[in-house]
Design a protein around this ligand. Structure first.
Ligand code: ADP
Ligand code: MG
Length: 731
């Protein structure tokens, strides 16, 4: 008998060789194999009669091979197959498919799946490049074939993704999964707690596994294709439930650690109020309260502050910093780029230095003497607010008394995952902000963990955020400061650039500033694209020869970058030609126009981030998306979305839809959990449900949860995040 934990090579028909191939698909155990779900199903119980097919539909057709052959057109060889059912016939075509020659013998039974189309010339129906499967005796392995063949007709048939290597075809999966199910132990243990299972009326694991692979004749075909049968729901829920349970455990564990319980008395309150250069929005007030409440707890804060670009996160960060500083602690504020670190430094000096706080900037480009001095100030506790890039982590800066770490504009998530705060071992009692896991072993248990506040401008849909950052608490800044007029966004093809430049000139004449953004730096990168450097020349020497134009891109020396940025900030440059280095966080309220050339080349989230650089002041702002060359269908949808809405959350949703979560968040390494049967976009409602149920199970001081369930939850975390590191510190 097979157990779910049995290594997959003990399934009949799988030897060590095949097991190795399966391992590359993440299939190591029988459980893994049985959770390799069909990506679609074919209804071969009621296949379509050829005579009733209609153009435009997706159809499964079972018929007999009549004849086939290759014919050559001037452009390419085309393989043609005619399939019959009694008197009706259906033509199928494959382009460039010489490999199909001699594959089909007249009289063979074949199943075809594809989109029915009407031949424009003859008016006949046909299917172009259908997927197909030979039925009956193909496979040629003797006595088992009859039984195997019965798996393929006269029922709803599961279709699997092949492993792309020789024998490991869709059909092979079907047979081998069937064998595994046949030999599976009859008493498969129930994993989900009884109360949850009953409340949700979930089917048993055995029933779920059988029916998800071999649906019964009456099953709704639509439910199957959308993964919404009771069998699917049970399996998906199970995976999400244990992940959420693990995250819940994790949070509890974190809450149990010792942190700093900051005092928030009248004096501190006054200090926070005093620095405000404007009236905070009610969202800002609410979020600050959430943060302040958290900081007063004797446990470390782990909080994500999510707020669209321009929603005013910086001042909240400063206010949180004051709470820590007024309590005698130091604060580290980290930004992803030097430009942003600089910018924070300038605003911190403007807002905080007058109030008497001691602020230092520590970035890679400082002279080494200066760096040493700054480090000393930090180590001695003189510096109260330390602003730097994420290199603050890498460089292991030693703090005398760190109380709060603020990570800004973390929308690539690389750092967050690696972010670990640890106490310095041995001498001095100071703390190092360090990032490697191996060093965490030296943690000194007597010192309190600093609080962490992560601020991100990426509007992640709430459910996703709650899972991706399941170990963080979430605050949402969902209101823009008053007095902003919505940005007007327009699309225009780049043959009309003279009109655009005219418009730019008029805006500059009104005293405003303009960004012009290009996808690449130098021309040779992608020859047909306009590059920032070349266009800078063109714009500064010809089109706007009378205006002050600057150039900013990632390859400039950082000193030069700073200089350019500062000039733009001070209004000494009217037009800034740039690449996406300005994407994040740059704040120049007087800039009211953003021209993006080759806008079709940018991702949706990126376009939205770029556009967030304007519309920051009271004056009306304009985003002009110029396209050059052909725009793909997906590109069209991105540009449409940009024109249609300014709402970051709507844009995030669409971006997720278009690209899938992996792409949306960067690579897999960027922290996307690696689900087996669940899909974070498709299964969002089940995710909510799983989260609620996990919280319910864990509610109260003595949750009724068994050791087995706990370890299952921890294993779930470990496997979901096995490609990443530390986001959810598993252990
Ligand atoms: P982000 O959330 O993108 O980091 P910032 O903190 O840079 O946004 O704020 C954007 C702009 O809005 C800044 O110029 C800031 O001074 C201003 N701002 C923030 N909060 C308010 C407010 N409550 N009233 C008026 N202006 C505000
Ligand atoms: Mg910001």
């Amino acid at each position: 008998m097979l157990e779910l934990t049995t290594p997959v090579q003990y399934v009949k028909g799988i030897g060590p060789k095949l097991a190795e191939i399966l391992a590359t698909k993440g299939i190591a155990t029988v459980g893994d194999l049985l959770n390799y779900l069909p990506f679609r199903y074919e209804d071969r119980l009621n296949p379509r009669g050829i005579a009733e097919l209609r153009a435009g539909e997706m159809a499964t057709v079972i018929g007999e091979v009549r004849n086939s052959g290759l014919f050559r057109t001037r452009r390419m060889p085309i393989f043609q197959l005619t399939v019959g059912q009694g008197r009706s016939k259906l033509k199928c075509l494959w382009f460039n498919a010489t490999y199909l020659q001699d594959k089909f013998k007249p009289g063979q039974l074949i199943a075809l799946y594809g989109k029915v189309e009407q031949d424009s010339r003859s008016g006949e129906l046909q299917i172009i490049q259908p997927q197909f499967e030979m039925l009956g005796d193909a496979g040629g392995e003797g006595a088992d074939d009859k039984a195997a063949a019965s798996l393929e007709v006269g029922r709803i048939v599961p279709i699997y993704e092949s492993a792309g290597q020789g024998r490991v075809t869709a059909r092979w999966f079907r047979r081998v999964i069937r064998t595994a199910l046949d030999d599976l132990t009859p008493d498969l243990p129930e994993t989900i707690p009884a109360s949850v299972r009953e409340r949700l009326a979930l089917v048993s694991p055995r029933e779920a596994l059988w029916k998800v692979h071999w649906p019964e004749a009456g099953e709704s075909f639509e439910a199957l294709q959308s993964s919404r049968t009771p069998a699917h729901i049970r399996l998906i829920f199970e995976e999400l439930f244990f992940t959420e349970l693990g995250l819940e455990l994790k949070r509890r564990q974190q809450k149990a650690q010792t942190g700093v319980a900051f005092q928030l008395d009248d004096r501190v309150r006054q200090a926070i109020k005093k620095i405000l250069p404007f009236h905070p929005t009610s969202a800002q007030k609410r979020v600050l309260k959430e943060i302040a409440d958290d900081m007063q707890q004797p446990h470390p804060m782990r909080r994500l502050l999510q707020g669209d670009v321009g929603s005013g996160k910086t001042i909240i960060g400063f206010q949180a910093a004051i709470i820590a500083i007024e309590n005698g602690y130091q604060v580290a504020l980290m930004a992803p780029t030097e430009i942003l670190a600089q910018q924070h430094y300038f605003s911190a000096r403007k807002i905080l230095e007058n109030a008497g706080y001691r602020i230092v900037l520590l970035t890679g480009s400082l002279e080494s003497d200066r760096k040493r001095e700054v480090r000393r100030h930090i180590a001695q506790g003189n510096a109260q607010l330390v602003i730097g890039t994420h290199a603050l982590l890498e460089e292991k800066v030693e703090f005398a008394k760190p109380g709060l770490v603020i990570v800004d504009e973390q929308h690539r998530f690389g750092v967050l995952q690696r972010l670990k705060l640890m106490k310095k071992s041995g001498d001095g009692g100071g703390k190092t902000v360090a990032l490697t896991d191996s060093e965490a072993g030296t943690t000194d248990k007597n010192l309190a963990e600093p609080d962490v506040l992560v601020m991100t401008a990426t509007p992640i849909p709430r459910t996703l955020a709650l899972t991706l950052y399941g170990d963080l608490d979430l605050s949402i800044l969902d209101e823009l400061p008053p007095g902003r007029t919505p940005i007007v966004t327009r699309r225009i093809t780049d043959d009309r650039s003279p009109e655009v430049w005219d418009f730019v000139r008029k805006q500059v004449a009104k005293g405003h500033q303009v960004y012009v953004v290009y996808p690449v730096i130098a021309e040779n990168e992608e020859s047909e694209l306009k590059a920032a450097i070349k266009m800078y020349r063109e714009l500064s020497e010809k089109v706007f020869a009378d205006l002050k134009v600057g150039l900013l891109h990632g390859r400039l020396e950082s000193e030069l970058k700073d200089q350019v940025m500062r000039m733009f900030q001070r209004g000494e440059l009217q037009i800034l030609v740039a690449t996406t280095v300005i994407e994040v966080g740059v704040d120049v309220p007087n800039a009211t126009v953003m021209v993006i050339e080759h806008a079709e080349r940018f991702g949706l989230a990126q376009l939205h981030q770029l556009r967030g650089r304007i519309g920051r002041g009271a004056a009306k702002s304009f985003c002009i998306l110029m396209t050059g060359g052909k725009v793909t269908e997906e590109g069209e949808r991105r540009l449409d979305a940009m024109v249609r809405t300014n709402d970051g959350f709507q844009i995030a949703e669409l971006d997720l839809e278009l690209r899938g979560p992996g792409e949306f968040f960067g690579t897999r390494q960027a922290g996307m959990p690696n689900f087996r049967v669940a899909n974070l976009i498709r299964d969002r409602q089940l995710l909510e449900l799983a989260k609620r149920e996990a919280a319910a199970v864990m509610a109260g001081p003595n949750p009724e949860i068994t050791q087995v369930e706990i370890s299952r939850a921890l294993v779930a975390l470990r496997t979901r995040w096995q490609h990443t590191y530390g986001l959810v510190e598993v252990g």
